[in-house]
Design a binder for this molecule. Sequence first.
Ligand code: NAD
Ligand code: ZN
Length: 368
Amino acid sequence: MMSEIANDSIINVGNYNVYVDFDCIEYLDAYLNEHYKNHEKLVIVDENTEKYCLPLIDQSSSSLSKAEIVQVESGEHNKSLEIASSIWETLISYKVSRDAILINLGGGVIGDLGGFVASTYKRGIPFINVPTTLLSQVDASVGGKVGINFGSHKNSIGVFREPQAVFISTQFLETLEKRHFLSGLVELCKHGLIKDRDLWENIRDQFTFKNLEEEQLIHWIRQSVEIKHQVVSQDFEDKAQRRLLNFGHTIGHAIESASLVADFRPLLHGEAVAIGIICESYLSYKNLGLDISSIEDMIAFFSKNFDYYPLINHYDFVLEMIHNDKKNVGIRNNFTLLKGIGDAEINVNCSEEDILESLEFYDRAFAH
Ligand SMILES: NC(=O)c1ccc[n+]([C@@H]2O[C@H](COP(=O)([O-])OP(=O)(O)OC[C@H]3O[C@@H](n4cnc5c(N)ncnc54)[C@H](O)[C@@H]3O)[C@@H](O)[C@H]2O)c1
Ligand SMILES: [Zn+2]
């Protein structure tokens, strides 16, 4: 049955396949029937994916008709030891054996949390990811990082462990909030900016939230998965090359943290990274000679799709956080910057003066 899958829907990322199509539920069903027919199955959901995504699976997946559904509450703060522990308790109370398989149906929170629980329960049981947000489809679907937050330390407890397979259905995105969709789009853009000029230019020229063609989106997601795989496969344990993926993230993370502290409705990860991309493009111009017209393109694209978020009150916070990161981790050259579009360089050191200028640059470019 698996042979009926269209070839271009399957991306082999080393030890497993990522399937990308409008509807991959049939593939999931076929996969489970082929490999896990008589195995116990559990599906981890949050209240949103239980409401919007689970019914789509129930309709067409016979293999999951007897699966146990384990619901956790949505939200980054639930990617925690307490919730992991409550899932372990559930698995133990259901007497789940090492033979069982876990299916993570949700965004990056469910994928990271479910993957971590599966990797540690009874020294590890297999799991499958069915990512339901654009961010988790283009980013978390490849790379083998699973884990939880610990206190305020994001992703600080975890392991590298890969799923058996990943099934990406773009139909799930129809119920996703626009803000979350755009947040994921930023990671897609980033993959183009660091590795594939055509991908970035395509998104830049053709993306509209309202009239986005399904085929187009599927094509972008496939390209994005390939790029992430290409980068990760050179450096699975995140020691060097994988830092290419950090473009926009050094300043982006600091802005995300500033917003978490200051705002009632904080920026989403991708929203902060979009700002980080503009600031770090400025640093790329100053340090690596990135041409101004490329930065103007990015400003035009991001200002069309994202609201202006004034940084002025966060300058000190952002500078201090980047400074402390350098001190604590002992990384001096912590920026990934662009020499050109599709051509990134890791380990670039930037002065605090330049970093401040880059924040001011963003404010000037967007404030009108
Ligand atoms: N492991 C990795 O390599 C990796 C990579 C990137 C991000 N992440 C992690 O991913 C997390 C962020 O992921 P996210 O942005 O997917 O957030 P998320 O999982 O919190 O999902 C965002 C929101 O969308 C809801 N939702 C999910 N699918 C939906 C759907 N189809 N329709 C309607 N609502 C839906 C969720 O319930 C949630 O409220 C972070 O914890 C981050 O650390 C991990
Ligand atoms: Zn990111």
